[in-house]
Design a binder for this molecule. Structure first.
Ligand SMILES: [Zn+2]
Length: 263
């Protein structure tokens, strides 16, 4: 089944308007619209979640999961949410990791060369602080799911809850080393140390951890080893677990302020 970005944007916009999301647009890529969405509670101090998907075009489950999330806003009851469901439509149409110019968009957040990420960054700079950020990805080399946890503050996080929720739909990736990182039952836990490593090409999660959040997760589902339906369900379950945690913790992020870059 091939991914149709035009149809996806239509479905997302129609789900968004039916379910009461505010919709916005990043710059178009070719003919393709890139809608994004917000919903806000009445309260000014509600915990806030950020979710993004579809930055790697050969990882469609995240975008399809984002569409499910748009259709089920009850998951986010009591929370403020910002959702970017499709950052790389050209890559999704071509089933390539990169955009049409061959740029890996998830390495383009420090000194952006792509119009996709320049536009995303311009929008991000208008947004405030999040209790938690979630980036939905896939990995074609793995047989189970895993995720990165980037916990800058060291405060209690919800890795085990996310792991339990996703494991209802997919096996846990059992490798001890994933992408050169130590993994424990599918969890790659990183702290503030990671942000101090010199790294010229920033992934989205790095940017978010510098400027928008103390707690970031990047979910990875096995794109070759499991059916799309289970991968989508696993992402949705992981987001739901994160939303439940954010609501329970009542973590209130300082809004509208940017933490200073440590170096
Ligand atoms: Zn990816």
């Amino acid at each position: 089944m091939s991914f149709d970005p035009a149809q996806f944007a239509q479905s997302a916009l129609s789900a968004g308007s039916q379910q009461g999301w505010e919709s916005y647009r990043l710059c178009k890529i070719g003919e393709w619209e890139r809608p994004w969405f917000q919903r806000r509670t009445e309260k000014t101090d509600a915990p806030a979640l950020y979710i993004s998907a579809g930055i790697h075009g050969d990882e469609p489950a995240g975008s399809y999961a984002a569409l499910e999330l748009l259709r089920h806003p009850e998951i986010f009851h009591g929370l403020d949410v910002t959702l970017f469901p499709m950052l790389n439509p050209a890559g999704l149409a071509a089933n390539t990791r990169e955009n049409a110019a061959g740029i890996d968009l998830n390495r383009d957040y420090r000194d952006p060369k792509s119009e996709e990420i320049r536009s995303h960054l311009a929008t991000l700079q208008t947004l405030g602080q999040y209790t938690m950020t979630l980036c939905l990805h896939e990995d074609w080399e793995m047989t189970g799911f895993y995720f990165y946890e980037l916990n800058v503050s060291g405060e209690p996080a919800c890795g085990l809850e996310i792991q339990r929720a996703m494991a209802e739909h997919l096996p846990i990736e059992t490798r001890a080393i994933i992408d050169d990182f130590e993994a424990k039952n599918g969890i790659i836990a990183r702290n503030a140390e990671l942000l101090r490593l010199p790294r010229p090409q920033w992934p989205e999660a790095f940017y978010l951890s510098h400027y928008h959040t103390q707690l970031g997760y990047t979910f990875e589902t096995p794109s070759k080893a499991a059916p799309l339906e289970s991968r989508v369900a696993a992402h949705v379950a992981g987001v739901r677990a994160a939303a439940d945690f954010a609501r329970r913790q009542r973590l209130v992020p300082p809004r509208g302020t940017m933490p200073s870059l440590s170096q």
